[in-house]
Write a protein that binds this ligand. Structure first.
Ligand code: FMN
Length: 190
């Protein structure tokens, strides 16, 4: 059986300054069934080619949203992408089936460390508490939501841990959908 086709929507507004996401993107180079689509590189003016984006989605089984967390959510261009690409009648609404049965996976990095994402921590909530808009977007489009892969404290985490995280990301993309239990992302509810 052929491998599922994977589309990574990479949204980093300052990719040249990235530590975590850059390493992750480098780690997944060379996988035949994985396409990395750098949104900020493709659309520096934010004028998205909706038809092209929809075509890329139609050809994919797994859609990965990879980005740093900005204000408890996604960077602006990823949000613009949702606004204009996921059209009513195509992605959601009566008889809209374009995305049905596909899977959506968030691969995110945070500045806050794991302790900050606790009810008693700096951000006041577990990371999972910020996910309903993502999850419900998947639900509305008939997509399967997968447990996110999160690297916390992206500025402080040591080089070895960061490299292991990037290798794990590659292993998960390589083995999808048969994720080995040891690698599979776990829920992070506080
Ligand atoms: C505008 C902006 C907003 C941010 N908001 C958050 C936030 O809400 N929560 C958080 O943990 N980190 C936040 N950060 C930190 C980024 O998530 C962090 O810099 C990034 O994950 C590091 O990944 P990188 O090395 O790939 O750039 C923010 C950073 C910027 C620039």
């Amino acid at each position: 059986m052929s491998k599922p086709r994977i589309l990574i929507l990479y949204a980093h507004p300052a990719a040249h300054r990235s530590r975590a996401n850059r390493l992750m993107i480098e780690a997944v180079q060379g996988l035949d069934h994985v396409q990395v689509h750098d949104l900020y590189e493709s659309y520096p003016d934010f004028h998205l080619d909706v038809r092209h984006e929809q075509q890329l989605l139609s050809q994919s089984d797994l859609i990965v949203l990879q980005h740093p967390i900005h204000w408890y959510s996604m960077p602006a261009l990823q949000k613009e992408w949702l606004d204009v690409v996921l059209q009513r009648g195509w992605a959601f609404g009566h008889d809209a089936t374009a995305l049905r049965g596909k899977s959506l996976w968030l691969a995110a990095s945070t500045g806050g460390d794991h302790a900050a994402y606790q009810t008693s921590g700096r951000h006041g909530h577990s990371f999972d508490a910020f996910l309903p808009p993502y999850q419900q977007t998947a639900q509305l489009c008939g997509m399967r939501w997968l447990e996110p892969l999160v690297i916390y404290g992206a500025h402080q985490v040591g080089e070895a841990a960061l490299e292991e995280h990037a290798r794990r990301y590659r292993r998960l993309l390589e083995s999808y959908p048969d994720w080995p239990a040891a690698d599979a992302p776990q829920p992070t509810a506080a």
